[in-house]
Design a protein around this ligand. Structure first.
Ligand SMILES: *Cc1c(COP(=O)(O)O)cnc(C)c1O
Length: 325
């Protein structure tokens, strides 16, 4: 009845599938940040991944595994964020028709980006219609295959390739900080770390406004919360996935939180010290490391920088207002 959990072998196979399509993103360092934190920090820069976030890895891996019939009928995803663009771009590369279900009031830039990758955008009324029902109808009527953003073994295995590349490049690390929304990235990281860096302490980082994963791991059940108010829109979820919960529960990573003000400060550090544009959700790792730096003094610590998709005007606005984002 229950799906078997993905393993490190699935991550290795995903790495072979995405090779030549996904970028092997750089691991960057900053003397300034090392000095400021008293920690040797290694940043895995998925903000420099294709379409601007690690989500390309999971989406491409999942779509690569479609049967010929699934490829012909097409894929459907519902998302207004990075998963939508990841599915649209992967589908275009693989020659699969993609339908993306987005709220009618989704930012025009995101709709345009998804359409730019060749995705057909179907909109719905966020307040009056149920996107899952719309997705289910498309699956039912046109035989489309739904690819969810995190609660899927092929997506998890694909996301695990980011940490796999990091460990291959750096060797074992003392700790690794990973942004945490629905849990796809952290579950994949668990699989990679288990095989390549078993001594590495994993930290999942949630926005302080919505610590549902922290509560879920404490209570031993998936806790649902109202949509959290945070600038970390990529981690604005009401609960972690069922498959993700099973993986995380077994691995028991540390789950910590970061405040929005800390995300803005991390965003500024990336811009000033490393000349990197990182979206607020991508700043969760560095923001949390800053509050745990003392305990990790002198250690080698990885930070997974998950994405860089932010509207330039929004980026400027956040940096101009450090304490009141
Ligand atoms: C989706 C996303 C996350 C959260 O990933 P999950 O797999 O849902 O935990 C973090 N950062 C960015 C930039 C994202 O797009």
């Amino acid at each position: 009845m229950t799906t078997p959990l993905p393993t490190f072998e699935d991550v290795s196979e995903a790495a072979a599938r995405i090779s030549g399509h996904a970028h092997r993103t750089p691991v960057l360092r900053s003397r300034m940040i090392d000095r400021e934190l008293g920690v040797q920090v290694l940043f895995k820069c998925e903000n420099l991944q294709r379409m601007g976030a690690f989500k390309f890895r999971g989406a491409f891996n999942a779509l690569s595994r479609f049967t010929p019939e699934q490829r012909r009928a097409g894929v459907v995803a519902y998302s207004s964020g990075n998963h939508a663009q990841a599915v649209a771009l992967s589908a275009r590369i693989l020659g699969i028709p993609a339908t993306i279900v987005m709220p009618r009031d989704a930012p025009a830039v995101k709709v345009a980006a998804t359409q730019g990758y060749g995705g057909r955008v179907v909109t719905y009324d966020r307040y009056g219609e149920d996107r899952e029902a719309i997705g289910a109808a498309l699956v039912e009527r046109h035989g489309l295959t739904l690819v969810p953003p995190y609660d899927h073994p092929d997506v998890v295995a694909g996301q695990g390739t980011a940490a796999m590349e990091l460990f291959e490049e750096t060797g074992p690390l003392d700790a690794l900080f990973v942004p945490l929304g629905g849990g796809g990235l952290l579950s994949g990281t668990v699989l990679a770390a288990g095989a390549l860096a078993p001594g590495c302490r994993l930290y999942g980082v949630e926005p302080a406004a919505g610590n549902d994963a922290q509560q879920s791991l404490r209570e031993g059940r998936i806790v649902h919360i109202p949509t959290p108010h945070t600038i970390a829109d990529g981690a604005q979820v009401t609960h972690i996935g069922a498959l993700n919960f099973r993986i995380l529960r077994a691995a028991a990573p540390e789950v910590v939180t970061a405040e929005d003000a800390g995300l803005v400060e991390a965003m500024r550090m990336f811009a000033m010290y490393m000349k990197l544009i990182v979206e607020p959700t991508g700043c969760l790792g560095l923001a949390a490391l800053r509050t745990h730096a003392e305990a990790l003094h002198g250690r080698r610590v990885g930070v997974l920088v998950s994405g860089g998709n932010i509207d330039p005007a929004r980026f400027a606005e956040l940096l101009a207002a450090p304490t009141a984002p």
